[in-house]
Design a protein around this ligand. Structure first.
Ligand SMILES: Cc1cc2nc3c(=O)[nH]c(=O)nc-3n(C[C@H](O)[C@H](O)[C@H](O)COP(=O)(O)OP(=O)(O)OC[C@H]3O[C@@H](n4cnc5c(N)ncnc54)[C@H](O)[C@@H]3O)c2cc1C
Length: 405
């Protein structure tokens, strides 16, 4: 594997970086990353940024032209995503479900009409999507989904509840896993639907997280009509298509997340120079130096793992169960890095944003609290270890699940 860019790719990287620097200067009205008052305001800023990317010809350049892309090599999309992850992750975050999960699933499993109708509006920033998989009784075990979809003429009628749905309060559409047949083995009775979030009967209630943000939500569906042409694949294929979505969720972002984390580690070094213990900067203390070095090493492992995934994807096909390795790496490294910054801040780690004594304006306190969700979202660490054990290493199924199956 050779991770170096070709001359042409390097020229493209420089061209995109100059465009990004100039555009960020305009939208940030200066050089400081923006913070947002609410998730909805954050979502609007991300849509606006996506529109700018699209108009400048940098949105999903590797997608076919008929779906809004430019048919360019995937490496160019990688360059765009990596550069944005390092320079402005805030403009990608509210679109992470839309661009990272929904659009590749529609591209891989959708009908021709679905691809032509939905993909261009995703790429140009018009539509934000959310992912309605989890329910109060279905998380790790997605086969327990009980939201019911009953076919009536040319549409399905949906009743049920989803939970932990990130970005639902700003979403125009959702991808939904629903039960269309309760009389067959559980995983064969699920179907995968696209749902208009503005349809009558859809109610979204935001949930306040430990950070104080309202990133995720409950969705209640009361006799919601979904036209039959919004079914992805065949009826009964929902489980298989949901697994495809989850594999994209677990495999695609590793190299990008590594770039965002490396930026965080640069800032962690700055904090270690600023904070003093017994009159000396903590960066001089061997215990903290170990933690700083460890954070950097683990993030570089993640980055190399991400490149390995991308090399495999460039050779064709959709991501496989190896995506679980990257999910474990980014989530657990991310948590350890945040914990390390709390250690090195010492008593100052208790001082939150808004206080004159907060370190780095309390950025790391917010990030530390948010990192608690890393090992739950996109599948818990225990589930990733089960997948790696069973599907990558070929170990026997875990006893509790083997009995239930
Ligand atoms: C920040 C955040 C954003 C999220 N966004 C979304 C979203 O947009 N859309 C969406 O659909 N969902 C979303 N989720 C939900 C997430 O996918 C689920 O929380 C996750 O899959 C776990 O499901 P659960 O909460 O029901 O826990 P459970 O599945 O009930 O698990 C509880 C505990 O049991 C363990 N466990 C379960 N089964 C096994 C097993 N077989 N072996 C070993 N241990 C096991 C788990 O690891 C966990 O520790 C989000 C969650 C978070 C934290």
């Amino acid at each position: 594997m050779d991770f170096r860019f070709t001359e042409e790719q390097e020229a493209f990287r420089q061209e995109f970086t100059s465009w990004l620097e100039q555009t960020l200067h305009e939208v940030r009205e200066g050089d400081t990353p923006r913070s947002f008052e609410s998730m909805v305001e954050w979502g609007e800023a991300a849509r606006d940024f996506q529109k700018r990317l699209f108009e400048a010809g940098y949105a999903a350049r590797h997608y076919p032209e008929e779906y809004g892309g430019q048919g360019r090599p995937t490496e160019e999309e990688l360059i765009v995503s990596e550069t944005m992850a390092a320079m402005c992750p805030e403009y990608r975050h509210p679109l992470v479900v839309t661009l990272g999960l929904v659009s590749p699933t529609i591209l891989t499993c959708g009908t021709e009409e679905q691809k032509k109708k939905y993909l261009p509006k995703i790429l140009d920033g018009t539509h934000v999507w959310c992912q309605g998989f989890s329910e109060p009784n279905a998380g790790s075990d997605i086969v327990n989904v009980s939201t019911r979809a009953v076919k009536k003429g040319d549409h399905f009628v949906l009743n049920g509840q989803k939970v932990w749905t990130s970005f639902a309060q700003m979403a125009d559409y959702a991808v939904m896993v629903v039960r269309t047949n309760p009389d067959v083995p559980k995983h064969k009775g699920l179907s995968y639907l696209l749902m208009d979030m503005k349809a009558p009967g859809v109610e979204v209630r935001p949930i306040i997280q430990i950070t104080g943000d309202q990133e995720f939500n409950e969705i209640f569906m009361d006799d919601v009509k979904v036209p039959i042409d919004m079914l992805v694949g065949e009826e009964g294929q929902g489980w298989m298509i949901a697994i495809t979505t989850l594999m994209f969720e677990r495999a695609m972002g590793d190299a990008m997340i590594a770039n965002t984390q490396l930026k965080g580690i640069e800032n962690m070094f700055a904090v270690a120079r600023e904070v003093k213990r017994s009159g000396r900067p903590v960066i001089e203390d061997p215990r903290f130096r170990q933690e700083l070095a460890q954070a950097w090493i683990e993030t570089m492992v993640l980055k190399c793992h991400g490149y390995r995934n991308i090399s495999q994807l460039l050779e064709g096909g959709v991501p496989g169960p190896e995506g679980s390795i990257g999910k474990l790496l980014w989530s657990e490294t991310g948590q350890r890095t945040n914990e390390a910054v709390m250690h090195l801040q010492g008593p100052l780690s208790q001082v939150m944003k808004g206080s004159p004594w907060s370190v780095d304006e309390g950025r790391w306190q917010h990030s530390f609290l948010r990192s608690k969700g890393y090992t739950i979202e996109a599948g818990t660490s225990e589930i990733q270890r089960n997948i790696i054990g069973e599907r990558v290493l070929g170990l026997p199924k875990d006893a509790s699940r083997a009995q239930r199956a």
